[in-house]
Design a binder for this molecule. Structure first.
Ligand SMILES: *Cc1c(COP(=O)(O)O)cnc(C)c1O
Length: 439
């Protein structure tokens, strides 16, 4: 880097305000406390207690030398990333505040925001892979994620090996060996292990710790990150970085946004993996917009309160449903029947969440009568909002999934998926009780 300017010539970067302390004396502050101010200094914005929304496409440099230095960071010519604000496709204040706060929840080195969960997932995969490579992934995945691997990545010569959520260490060793052989035959590598846990809509859990063990036994940990879609349980009820994952992916549209009023996504984790994803996001775009980033900072202030309440509600509702004569069973993480799944839950999860499946006695017709009779719960896909939602995966989100795959995943015609919100639990129970009378 012969033409790099002397860093001492550059003005002091003002991008990051002085960070509030993350500890007080010997006491480490909890994320719920830090959400009220971390990463934002009112003194830089006229004393405004809340961050303004920075509606600008570009940022004025303090000097030409500062502009050059910032571009060295953006282009990767100088390690360490951007030191200043440059252009809103790369970085901007609302997004940086959001990203700093998301990283706190996950215990991550860094986080990136995206315009949707699917943008985050697509850019993560494109950044990791080249022609000939093989992605190892758990199943089931969110339908669009599964389609992106199987159809879009396939167009660029990337294939996959999948394994069922719940696979044991021995099974995972066989999966890794198969993927390695497949990659060698294609002249590629295995650059990404992609997980989703719990799976949608069955709530099947992946043993992240076992995947980590199998990855370490078969591949170079620095060249084959484990990424996991933590949308259903994160950031509160599952902390995948503590269990050996390297990257955590979210559809922020769900619990984190939490009000069913925005679409966004994120990836957080180890800096060395985040840097490659950021570089592709810089090129392609796909960063969250400033308004959405601001709304998400608003949402992060209450994410713990909302998720706790929704989790308590879900437990009460499931206790009611599990006793009901018209209910055949539940796919709820608070009432796991399988010993292997319970063991994974006990090691990985801090709460059972508020999204689950109910198996109604009957089939599609009985489910539709139940859904059409609901008065408080709304009939809609999506999850993690303040309001309770109900849907029929086989006829809606998973309509395009071939029948044999549906059978293998347990997506039956009598499955209703419910995402419990923060209403009064007894009101929700009364609603489900009257709707079940229509079955
Ligand atoms: C909704 C969802 C996605 C996609 O997120 P968008 O924000 O809709 O793009 C990915 N994974 C899971 C588990 C989801 O629920």
């Amino acid at each position: 880097m012969t033409d790099a300017i002397d860093p001492t010539d550059a003005p002091t970067p003002r991008r990051k305000p002085k960070q509030p302390k993350t500890s007080l004396g010997g006491h480490t502050l909890k994320p719920s406390t830090q959400m009220m101010g971390y990463g934002f200094d009112p003194a830089l914005s006229e004393g405004s207690l809340k961050s303004p929304i920075f509606l600008t496409s570009t940022f004025a440099f303090e000097s030409a030398a500062a502009g050059k230095r910032h571009f060295e960071g953006i282009t990767g010519k100088r390690p360490g990333g951007a030191e200043g604000l440059v252009y809103s496709r790369f970085n901007a204040p609302n997004q940086e505040i959001l990203e700093d706060r998301l990283a706190i929840w996950d215990g991550a080195e860094e986080a990136l925001s995206f315009s949707s969960g699917m943008t985050a997932i697509a850019i993560l995969m494109l950044a990791a892979c080249k022609a000939g490579d093989v992605i190892v992934h758990s199943g089931p995945l969110y339908a669009a994620s599964e389609g992106f691997v199987a159809k879009t990545m396939a167009k660029y010569g990337v294939t996959y090996v999948d394994f069922p959520a719940g696979a044991t260490r021995e099974e995972l060793d066989a999966v890794m060996a198969k993927a390695k052989a497949q990659a060698e035959a294609q002249g590629g590598e295995v650059p990404l292990i992609y997980l989703e846990s719990p799976g949608n809509p069955t709530n099947a859990l992946v043993d992240i710790e076992a995947v980590r063990g199998a990855r370490d036994a078969h591949f170079d940990a620095d060249a084959c990150p484990i990424a996991i879609d933590n949308t259903f349980l994160g950031p509160l009820w599952q902390r995948p970085l503590d269990h050996g994952a390297d990257l955590v992916v979210y559809s922020l549209t769900k619990y984190v946004g939490g009000h069913s009023d925005l679409v966004a996504g994120s990836v957080s984790g180890k800096k060395r993996f985040i840097d490659a994803i950021r570089a592709l996001r810089n090129t392609m775009g796909g960063i969250a917009d400033p308004n959405t980033a601001w709304m998400l900072c608003r949402s992060l202030e209450t994410v713990e309160l909302r998720m706790q309440r929704a989790g308590e509600n879900a437990q009460k509702v499931c206790e009611f449903l599990s006793q009901h004569p018209k209910v055949e069973g539940l796919g709820y993480l608070g009432m796991i029947k399988d010993a292997r799944q319970q063991d994974i839950y006990d090691r990985h999860c801090l709460g059972a969440g508020s999204t689950f499946s109910v198996f109604i006695k009957g089939g599609e017709a009985e489910c539709f009568r139940f859904l059409d009779a609901l008065k408080i719960a709304k009939l809609a896909v999506s999850l993690g909002g303040t309001e309770t939602l109900a849907s029929h995966p086989a006829a809606m989100t998973h309509l395009s999934v071939p029948q044999e795959r549906k059978d293998a995943l347990g997506i039956t015609d009598n499955l209703v998926r419910i995402s419990i919100g923060i209403e009064d639990a007894n009101d929700l129970i009364a609603d489900f009780e009257q709707a079940l009378e229509h079955v």
